[in-house]
Design a protein around this ligand. Structure first.
Ligand code: PRP
Length: 213
């Protein structure tokens, strides 16, 4: 498992999209997307070892060099302040991180807020720069419930289609940052495995160029 390129792939919905892109640039390895509990896959033909990890852990595997490269949402890179090279934007997994809450909450009049979020660092940095003081309550999912049950005044969460907010009678007050999936590399691997890492980068870029033509 030491030679070749070690690749951290996100599990789940995003993983499927990333896998489709890898297939398009000539690196299909069908076993990965088959239903099983297997987490490590060796593609001997291309010299790749794939790790299937939680999307929020991809950057950690890459930062510490357990994986040479990975595919990860920009939200995770910002939240973890990941020390990796961000090589390109895949243009998938597009969404926004927003401040949202109940429609009748006077967000713009408040200088102090209780904020529920899975992004404590992004939230703290954002409200510090906008001059509001905050109490951060960290949750791990279904964040939209927090303002409904008065756990928080607002939430900072991913908004993709806006359906979850709408169906829970919440609205966006402010957008913090837009997000998409990035191709990342470990900084040491980028030097020592530059040929392989750059080859994938070139193929990803040419796929994007072909799409834009
Ligand atoms: C994410 C996010 C929102 C939802 C937004 O949740 O936390 O809840 O997607 O998508 P929408 O704008 O298209 O409705 P996810 O489905 O990942 O599950 P989670 O609530 O467990 O985080």
């Amino acid at each position: 498992m030491n030679g070749g390129l070690k690749i951290a792939l996100p599990k789940g919905r995003l993983g499927q999209k990333v896998y489709d892109i890898l297939s398009k640039i000539g690196y299909s390895y069908d076993e990965i997307m088959q239903e099983s509990r297997k987490l490590v896959f060796c593609d001997e033909k291309n010299g790749f070892t794939y790790f299937l990890v939680k999307p929020s852990d991809v950057a950690t595997y890459v930062e510490y060099g357990a994986a040479d490269i990975g595919f990860v949402g920009r939200d995770i890179l910002l939240e973890n302040k990941s020390n990796v090279y961000e090589l390109c934007d895949l243009g998938i997994g597009k969404c926004r991180i927003c401040v949202a809450g109940k429609r009748d909450f006077p967000y713009h009049e408040k200088n102090h807020l209780k904020v529920a979020t899975i992004f404590p660092n992004i939230s703290r940095d954002f409200f510090r720069s906008s001059g509001k003081t905050v109490d951060i309550i960290t949750l791990h999912g279904s964040i939209e419930i927090a303002p409904l049950v008065k756990l928080s005044d607002v939430i900072v969460d991913i908004v993709e289609t806006g359906t979850t907010l709408k169906e829970n009678n919440l609205t966006v007050f402010e957008e913090i940052v837009s997000i998409s999936t990035r191709y990342i590399a470990n900084k040491v691997s980028y030097t020592y495995k530059n040929k392989e890492i750059s080859r994938i980068l070139d193929l990803l870029n040419s796929l994007k160029d072909a799409k834009n033509d």
